[in-house]
Write a protein that binds this ligand. Structure first.
Ligand code: UGA
Length: 447
């Protein structure tokens, strides 16, 4: 099939590239000429494992194209995916400007039947709103080209995005049009039936469940899924604080409850709290949507509150260990909100570093991929070339992101470099017993 992907951020690039790899002809469109020029040369502007190689392969095999001309790209395609950013506004509402612009471009350009797919996470009812904008634009141009809008939410995680597309737990298609649903089923058939070629042997899945529903329910599934995942994390973080008081180990508690199939072990890793571009934005959006109907999201509000508290708890641990923060040197390992991504949006590390600096600490930082200072990170944070430089003369180390290379560090060497041997393992990934044996004072989260 011929596909047009409007937007070349995480979701757009990954979706477009994976669908091209399944044999479709895909044009990814963005108004950003520099970005499109880079992509045409096979240069991917984001860090996502294996994405570069997959883009290069599909560009070479003439299935994946990049263009700034949205009109031509829309007209040449059967299905148009809206994969535009939907950032939060200061009041917590979703900024739909980019989705609106895409809908206007579609309304102006369409010249025969198209399926419009909302992949961006958009507030409930946005499918109907997109239809309205397309119709309004058509009316201005005295045309009435038929089209259908589908919601097909994305469930990929940064850092494992390609795997998550090909081996997703489910595909959700929401629409009132039988024709559009049938076309979408055909498009996703290789994933649903797992018939595409893969080097992974044995295949992690034999079949992927398909959920066909109405537009509104599909939109709600996305918000409910992210809200539930964030709830699991805040829940285990709350339990971790109790574990600390009573002397239990939250990692064992998570294993113990996670074996119950009704609960499941995933997303029960206690730590510095959740961040990224999705959970904070989506939880805030669902609260706003509920408020529009006079409802208050009591569980979601508590989930957000616990998450804020979790970041403050790290500062409390630092105060307990160092007593006086002023004049101390603290090393922070990891800036990105999770490993295997360069994304620093709402990263717990940034809140922690900024607060430590405010309290008078000198803070040295290192991240394997984040090399440019994020705009919301204090100017005073000192970037180091590696973890050992961070450790040099530091009184305390905080592991904020569980990059694999931090787990494999030579802690004997780190110990010799540090002024004091205190370590806060903000992700419970380090070998606690070994660190204690070496001579570190180890503090984890809830263990
Ligand atoms: C999340 C969802 O997991 C995806 O299914 C969804 O498609 C995506 O949002 C989206 O809406 O686009 P993502 O934000 O990329 O994906 O990353 P996650 O792996 O979900 O991690 C989110 C945060 O939770 C990270 O800060 C991570 O460190 C934290 N986390 C995760 C924990 O603290 N504990 C856990 O057990 C798991």
């Amino acid at each position: 099939m011929k596909l047009c992907i409007m937007g070349t951020g995480y979701v757009g690039l990954v979706t477009g590239t994976c669908l091209a790899d399944l044999g479709n002809e895909v044009i990814c469109v963005s108004g950003d000429e520099n970005k499109i020029n880079l992509l045409k040369q096979g240069k991917v502007p984001i860090y996502e494992p294996d994405l570069n190689e997959l883009v290069e392969k599909n560009v070479k095999e003439n299935r994946l194209f990049f263009d700034t001309d949205s009109e031509k790209s829309i007209q040449e395609s059967d299905i148009i995916f809206i994969c535009k950013g939907t950032p939060s506004q200061p009041n917590g509402q979703v900024n739909l400007k980019y989705v609106e612009d895409a809908a206007i471009e579609i309304g102006r350009a369409i010249d025969d039947y198209k399926i419009i797919v909302n992949k961006s996470t958009v507030p409930i009812g946005s499918g109907d709103w997109v239809s309205m904008i397309i119709n309004d634009e058509q009316e201005k141009l005295n045309k009435n080209v038929p089209f259908d809008v589908v919601s097909c939410p994305e469930f990929l995680r940064e850092g494992s995005a390609i795997y998550d597309v090909f081996f997703t737990d489910r595909i959700v298609i929401g629409s009132s049009s039988k024709k559009a649903i049938e076309t979408m089923k055909k498009l996703y058939e290789p994933i649903i039936n797992q018939t595409f070629e893969t080097d992974i042997n044995p295949r992690p899945k034999t079949k992927v469940p398909l959920v066909v529903t109405d537009l509104t329910s599909a939109e709600m599934i996305k918000y409910a899924a992210n809200s539930f995942l964030a709830t699991k994390i805040s829940f285990i973080n709350e339990i971790s604080s109790i574990c600390e008081k009573v002397g239990a180990d939250v990692t064992k508690v998570a294993d113990g409850i996670g074996l119950d199939k009704r609960i499941g072990r995933e997303f029960l890793d206690a730590g510095v709290g959740w961040g990224g571009s999705c959970f904070p934005k989506d939880l805030s959006a669902i609260s706003q949507i509920a408020a529009e109907y006079g409802l208050s999201t009591q569980i979601i509000n508590a989930v957000v509150q616990v998450n804020k508290q979790q970041r403050s708890n790290i500062i409390k641990k630092v105060q307990e260990l160092l007593k006086i923060i002023k004049g101390k040197t603290i090393g922070v390992l990891g800036i990105s909100f999770k490993p295997n991504t360069d994304d620093t949006r709402y990263a717990p590390a940034i809140t922690i570093i900024n607060n430590l600096i405010k309290l008078g600490a000198r803070v040295k930082v290192y991240d394997p991929i984040v090399k440019d200072k994020p705009s919301d990170l204090s100017e005073k944070a000192i970037f180091c070339k590696d973890s050992y430089e961070v450790a040099e003369n530091s009184h305390l180390l905080i592991l904020a992101t569980e990059w694999d290379e931090f787990i494999k560090l030579d802690f004997e060497k780190i110990k010799k470099l540090m002024s004091k041997n205190l370590i806060i393992d903000g992700r419970n990934v380090l070998d606690k017993e070994n660190l204690k044996k070496i001579g570190f004072t180890y503090v984890g989260i809830g263990r």
